[in-house]
Design a protein around this ligand. Sequence first.
Ligand code: SME
Length: 168
Amino acid sequence: MFSNQYRVEKSSELIASTRAIIGDEKNAIANMANVAAVLFNGLRDVNWAGFYLFDGTELVLGPFQGQPACLRIALGKGVCGTSAAEKRTIIVPNVEAFPGHIACDANSKSEIVIPLVQNGNLLGVLDVDSPTLDRFTLADATALEEIVGLLVYSSDFGQGASQPMIRR
Ligand code: SME
């Protein structure tokens, strides 16, 4: 379904793929796993795509594609923790220039982080990394925000999925 041929980036196709792959599924973990795979395989020039989930205290690694990554990130720390704390999308053209950036994969040169928010409550973040400087544009931010919106709207982050996430 997502061969290398698919790496022609068209945000409308990524959004359509996300909608199709979620379908009627409500399980948040399953949907995040497939969204990570859609983005990792569908976006050009990325080396990591995945989620960190808010457990009520900090961010904990969730479904992702790419190299193994750091397990926990405190709110306000790194790009993910800053996006989560401020509940806003952050584009980092050069990770070395971002104070407090957390280097999980030394190949990552630029990064975009989109918060997952439902009714004002923080659920987690989507993080996408690239080995190329200045990879992410405002158009990417808009498309990824739409994808995250679809995911949050379609998935049950309340009962099933998020009970373990809010355990302390
Ligand atoms: N670079 C991120 C940490 C997560 S990894 O990139 C997967 C950050 O600074 O928050």
